[in-house]
Design a protein around this ligand. Structure first.
Ligand SMILES: C[S@@+](CC[C@H](N)C(=O)[O-])C[C@H]1O[C@@H](n2cnc3c(N)ncnc32)[C@H](O)[C@@H]1O
Length: 205
């Protein structure tokens, strides 16, 4: 799913000129989701944050605006998004470690992060069990993981790599997978945003 081909849908891995346009549009549409997630992420001064599928890096920039001492790390499958987010955080002189790759295997060690988030990308993980295990492994005891899902419409589900996203109750399935990975799932809420509804799951280690 992550090989370099223009047949890959832009949301799954933004690329090329169209990817730049898509990235800007996505950022605009996802503002309510960033605000929602930022309100649920709590970091101590100088704390460490991990984002899976960070896209243009706007959420991390919002955390940087709140506290310029935090360490921001993340993985994204798109070289274009890694370059875009890196430029953005470097303009703010943030300490960061943004990597291109697949979230199924994270480059960081155990208990490194105070908080983690993944917005609108669960549906692109062909092996969500591995991703959630990896997020849990890298979070400190007491750390939390904010996952914002996205409603899928009609034929879109045909190309979603995550088998649980092609089934009926994606939110319930995601919660069950998070519990199996070792998270205490605190609650799921639905808030309206420009994309329809964004179910939110919060898992605590
Ligand atoms: C729809 S975009 C959402 C971006 C951002 N979270 C936001 O809400 O604006 C999905 C992002 O997840 C990334 N992605 C998809 N599959 C991934 C994977 N297996 N590992 C890491 N990143 C992935 C894509 O490259 C893309 O940047």
């Amino acid at each position: 799913m992550l090989n370099a081909t223009s047949a890959v849908p832009q949301p799954m891995r933004p690329h090329g000129i169209q990817g730049r346009i898509f990235g800007a549009l996505m950022e605009r549409l996802n503002r309510p989701a960033y605000r929602l997630a930022a309100g649920l992420i709590s970091l101590p001064p100088g704390g460490a944050f991990l984002e899976i599928g960070f896209g243009t890096g706007r959420l991390m920039e919002m955390l940087a605006e709140r506290d310029g001492t935090v360490f921001l790390a993340g993985v994204d499958a798109s070289p274009l998004m890694v370059a875009t987010a890196t430029r953005r955080l470097d303009r703010r002189h943030m300490t960061r470690d943004l990597r291109e790759g697949n979230a199924e295997r994270l480059a960081w060690g155990e208990d490194e992060f105070d908080a983690a988030a993944a917005l609108h990308c669960f549906q692109f993980w062909s092996d969500p069990v591995s991703v959630l295990n990896e997020v849990h492994r890298t979070l400190k005891p007491g750390g939390h993981f904010v996952m914002v899902l996205r409603r899928h419409e009609g034929r879109e589900t045909e190309w979603l790599p995550n088998p649980w996203s092609r089934m009926g109750d994606e939110t319930g399935s995601a919660a069950t997978l998070m519990e199996k990975a070792g998270f205490d799932v605190e609650y799921g809420i639905e808030r309206g945003n420009d994309n329809g509804h964004s179910p939110v799951l919060i898992g605590r280690c």
